[in-house]
Design a protein. Structure first.
Length: 94
């Protein structure tokens, strides 16, 4: 079985602490696991994940309600998920 390790940037951790009533770490990590499984064709689900372009090439954007998560992951027996940023839809791309 593949295990996952989550690495939050300082900005992402700060957003989660500030909005802990709206963003739950366990739910976010579960959604990220499903998104990565979709990207690697391990499962089919309806998570909204898009490969980013431009300066964020190599990253993915996942939509969770009105919150956006920008992340990248490494392939291997232990998948490291680097969460670059979490913010509301209007602020994430600034």
């Amino acid at each position: 079985m593949i295990s996952y390790s989550f690495d939050y940037s300082r900005r992402a951790r700060k957003f989660m602490l500030k909005h802990e009533d709206r963003v739950h770490q366990d739910a976010l990590e579960e959604a990220l696991i499903h998104a990565i499984r979709r990207l690697t064709n391990e499962e089919v689900n309806t998570s909204d994940v898009i490969a980013m372009k431009g300066p964020f090439k190599g990253y993915y954007r996942m939509r969770v309600g009105d919150i956006r998560v920008i992340f990248k992951y490494s392939k291997g027996s232990i998948r490291v998920v680097a969460i670059h940023e979490i913010d509301f839809r209007g602020n994430i791309y600034l």
